[in-house]
Design a protein around this ligand. Structure first.
Ligand SMILES: [Fe+2]
Length: 258
C-alpha cells in the first residue's frame, strides 16, 4: 500500500513494495526529519562501518558515545532469551532513547541488518510524532501541551528507585520527549477527573497516531529522538536446522547530534 492509497485521515503506513531508489551517498532530509520526525533510506546497504563514517561526516564528529554500552554503534539481534528489551521477541514499549540523560542524543539511525523471519508482519518500527501526539491528547482528553509538561509520570527503576518525569520536557528552550513506557511505575498519580489510567490514555493515543515502518535488510531509518517516540513490534525467530542457529531480526543503531 502506498502513501497515496492510504486513507488521508489515517497514518502513513510504509509497506515493502514502494518505489525504491538506491542512494549512493547518505543525505539528511531535514524537512522529513522535522515534519515526520523520521526519514527512510531504502537499500542503503548493511555496511556498518560505512554508516559510522557517513554519520560521523554528516554530524561533524558528533556521534553519541554511550558509557553504558561502551560503543558508538550498537548491534543487536532478537534472541530466544534475553534480559534486554531490544533483544526480546516481545513487543517493545514507546520510548525516547537515553531519556534519563541530561542531554539525550537528538537523532537515531537504525539500520536493518536482517529482517524478521516473518517480515513484514513482525519486527516493524513504530513512530509517534510530538505534534500529532499533543493534538490527539487535546482532542481525546482535553489536556493541553502545558498539562503534558506538568504532569509527572512515576518511574520505578531498579538502579535509581522512584523517579518523576513529565513526558514533555524543556531542553535549551525547545520541547522534547522524555518517556519510557516499559519503565513506568505500576502506580501513577490521578490525572484530573480522568476515568482511564494515565498510562492507558497515553498508550491509546500513541497507538492511534503511530506510523508503521517496515524495514528490509539494508534499509536505514533516521529518527528525531527529541520529537518522536519509537518502539518495535513483536518479533519472531526461526531455527535453521542446517546450521543449528537461531535466525532473527538484527539491527545496528548509532545516535548522533547535528
Ligand atoms: Fe530505542
Amino acid at each position: 500500500m502506498s502513501v497515496s492509497e492510504h486513507p488521508i485521515s489515517h497514518n502513513v503506513v510504509r509497506w515493502p513494495g514502494e518505489k525504491k531508489i538506491r542512494s549512493s551517498a547518505l543525505q539528511l532530509d531535514q524537512v522529513a526529519l522535522s515534519e515526520n520526525g523520521f526519514q527512510i533510506i531504502r537499500q542503503y546497504g548493511t555496511d556498518v562501518s560505512r554508516l559510522e563514517c557517513d554519520l560521523d561526516r554528516l554530524s561533524g564528529g558528533q556521534l553519541y558515545y554511550s558509557n553504558r554500552m561502551g560503543v558508538l554503534c550498537h548491534q543487536y539481534s532478537v534472541l530466544p532469551e534475553s534480559p534486554n528489551f531490544s533483544e526480546q521477541m516481545l513487543c517493545g514499549g514507546f520510548h525516547s532513547d537515553f531519556m534519563f540523560q541530561p542531554n539525550p542524543p537528538a537523532y537515531i539511525a537504525l539500520l536493518c541488518l536482517q529482517q524478521d523471519p516473518r517480515h513484514p508482519l513482525y519486527g516493524r518500527n513504530q513512530v509517534v510524532h510530538m505534534r500529532s501526539f499533543v493534538e490527539r491528547v487535546q482532542q481525546a482528553f482535553g489536556l493541553s501541551e502545558q498539562d503534558l509538561k506538568e504532569y509527572r509520570l512515576v518511574y520505578d527503576l531498579a538502579e535509581r528507585g522512584r523517579f518523576e518525569q513529565p513526558i514533555l520536557d524543556d531542553l535549551d528552550g525547545k520541547t522534547i520527549f522524555r518517556f519510557h513506557e516499559l519503565l513506568l511505575g505500576k502506580k501513577q498519580m490521578q490525572w484530573g477527573s480522568a476515568e482511564m489510567s494515565v498510562v492507558s490514555m497515553l498508550h491509546a493515543v500513541m497507538m492511534d497516531i503511530t506510523s508503521d515502518i517496515c524495514l528490509e535488510s539494508g534499509d536505514l531509518l533516521l529518527l528525531s529522538n527529541h520529537h518522536v517516540l519509537h518502539r518495535r513490534g513483536e518479533c519472531s525467530i526461526k531455527f535453521e536446522g542446517l546450521t543449528g542457529e537461531w535466525h532473527a531480526r538484527k539491527m545496528a543503531s548509532i545516535r548522533f547530534n547535528l
